[in-house]
Write a protein that binds this ligand. Structure first.
Ligand SMILES: *[C@@H]1O[C@H](CO)[C@@H](O)[C@H](O)[C@H]1NC(C)=O
Length: 312
């Protein structure tokens, strides 16, 4: 495998979530259902926003982008985990493991920037409504999206650079259901304390930094809505609370996994599981159920599909 010169480890053994057969069965059902539901919900959002002209506004474009990245987010670790739940001996190739680390960080990075773009969009809409159309032009939206991908990929490449030259020569058992960077580093047969610190500091800094920026922005936006409280503000509040819920859902497990100094393995794993299967499922639920326009658009899409099927 492509692990550098000294590597002899060609695959990693994953211990999975638990040894209990019953819990594995519950997880199998639970994760499969959530996985299918996430894929369906997010595909429906991307589809609705793309074809429905009523939803051609920056907020929905960003939402569709978030759904698109969520399709990736739930496909990195959970299909492999669901497949592994059947199997006694769970392994992942060296390349597969590195790929998981890479994509997890790309998705995380892109998602963070998109959440900031969505916060900025709401800030402009609520605090600078008269300039909304000039500020949130199509060019700016595309710029935000491009920046999200560029930053996500750059961040992830930096993370990979940390492990590129590490020797993996002996222990190859990961106590998890997927490959994550902190656990992988501990398997290298060299002293990685400094590296572990750098990875934690790097991801932790990015995470805590973006989380604080988002929190402060939303508090400010909420405050503005309150001050100018008048007609339409309850709609604004409901949109904002959906945004804030999604921010919390994304950041709380991530913050735990990357900045908790003494990870409790079991709790860590279940938080990671929630990041892998629950968050990508809840995003569309939160945005759709609380949003009349989105629901109306989805109904139109369904009708469209039904008519199309009857005609053809
Ligand atoms: C993502 O956002 C860009 C810029 O607003 C938009 O043009 C594009 O259609 C969006 N992508 C999806 C999948 O909706």
């Amino acid at each position: 495998m492509d692990g550098g010169n000294h590597s002899v480890v060609s695959e990693f053994v994953l211990l999975g979530l638990t040894h209990s057969w019953e819990i594995q069965l519950v997880l199998l059902v639970f994760s499969s259902v959530l996985y299918v539901a996430s894929m369906t919900g997010n595909i429906l959002i991307v589809f609705s926003v793309t074809i429905d002209a009523h939803l051609h506004s920056p907020m929905y474009f960003f939402l569709a982008n978030l759904s698109f990245i969520d399709l990736g987010a739930c496909s990195i670790a959970s299909p492999k985990m669901i497949y592994d739940l059947y199997r006694e001996h769970k392994v992942i190739s060296f390349g597969g493991c590195i790929a998981q680390v890479f994509f997890i960080h790309v998705v995380g990075g892109v998602e963070m920037v998109l959440l900031m773009a969505m916060a900025f969009d709401r800030y402009v809409a609520i605090c600078k409504p008269l300039h909304y159309l000039t500020i949130m032009s199509q060019r700016v939206c595309i710029l935000f999206t491009a920046a999200a991908w560029a930053l996500g990929i750059t961040h992830s490449l930096f993370q990979l650079a940390f492990i590129a030259n590490l020797p993996f020569c002996g222990p190859n058992v990961l106590d998890s259901f997927y490959c994550d960077l902190p656990r992988l580093l501990r398997l290298a047969c060299t002293d990685t304390n400094r590296l572990q610190f750098m990875v934690t500091a790097n991801s932790g800094f990015i995470c805590v930094g973006s989380f604080l920026i988002l929190l402060i922005s939303y508090v400010y936006i909420m405050f503005t809505v309150w001050k100018h409280s008048s007609g339409g503000s309850s709609k604004a509040l409901s949109t904002l609370s959906a945004h804030i819920t999604v921010v919390l859902l994304f950041f709380i497990p991530t913050l735990f996994v990357y900045t908790w100094p003494h990870p409790n393995s079991q709790m860590d794993k279940f938080l990671a599981l929630s990041d892998a299967v629950l968050t990508p499922f809840l995003n569309p639920v939160i945005y759709t159920f609380r949003n009349k326009e989105m629901k109306a658009a989805m109904k139109r899409v369904w009708k469209h599909l039904l008519i199309y099927r009857k005609v053809s």
